[in-house]
Design a binder for this molecule. Structure first.
Ligand code: C5J
Length: 225
């Protein structure tokens, strides 16, 4: 790790992070959300809206790997017997396919199926941590909190999909646990551009009530400084 800390241009204010206590957290960049035929599309969403986050995340991921920061990927999904899938989640709405139904990329949102996997552009290295989560937040019913503690992490650079659902839920959970969350705006995306905008605004409003918002260029600049 070249420099021990760096200052990221962010809103509502710049933030200085000790890189040795900072992890990159990439939320749910899975085929089930990103590609036609997956969970996101079964809900009626235009999955092409999420593609814009891939390149910014890939750039930050490469820089963070070079800098030696901890990298954590998350995946939303359920056990094949659906024992961790609440009926309220499985039964709601009128999707074209429900969680667990067979689809073109295997069973929808089920661990081990092709659709549940992370997209090739952002595929985790063997050395990186992958958290499987049944809910929207990365802390609920996972080992995420224990892992962050084990590595002495205090700051999270957060990106992924979708901005207002799993990114926001995880940031809120992390904020309550005392983590400084810096959300990478162009590394997040939503099926609804207006929810993306508002999701970011909610994080940085009121003096950064849930955290900070930056972009990929600012993270690269801080890492290189
Ligand atoms: C959703 C997620 N949108 N990863 N999950 O259901 O944001």
């Amino acid at each position: 790790m070249a420099n021990s800390s760096g200052t990221i241009a962010a809103e509502p204010a710049p933030i200085t992070l000790d890189w040795s206590k900072t992890a990159l957290v990439i939320i749910d960049m899975q085929r089930d959300f990103m590609e036609p035929g997956g969970f996101g599309e079964t809900l009626g969403n235009d999955v092409s809206q999420l593609a814009r986050a891939v390149q910014p995340i890939a750039t930050v991921l490469a820089a963070v790997r070079d800098a030696g920061l901890l990298v954590v990927h998350t995946r939303e999904g359920h056990l094949p017997d659906l024992s961790d899938a609440p009926p309220a989640k499985v039964e709601r709405g009128a999707p074209s396919l429900r969680i667990g139904d067979p689809g073109p990329m295997g069973r929808i949102l089920i661990r081990g199926e092709a659709g549940h996997d992370i997209i090739p552009e952002l595929y985790p290295l063997e050395s990186e941590i992958v958290i499987d989560k049944p809910g929207k937040g990365a802390f609920y019913a996972t080992e995420f909190g224990d892992i962050l503690q084990k590595y002495g992490i205090e700051n999270l650079l957060v990106c992924g999909v979708t901005t207002e659902v799993c990114v926001n839920t995880t940031v809120r959970e992390a904020n309550d646990r005392g983590y400084r969350c810096v959300v990478i705006s162009d590394g997040c995306a939503s099926y609804f551009p207006e929810f993306h905008e508002m999701g970011l605004k909610m994080i940085k409003a009121q003096g950064g009530i849930f955290g900070w918002v930056t972009d990929s260029a600012a993270v690269l600049e801080a890492l290189a400084a």
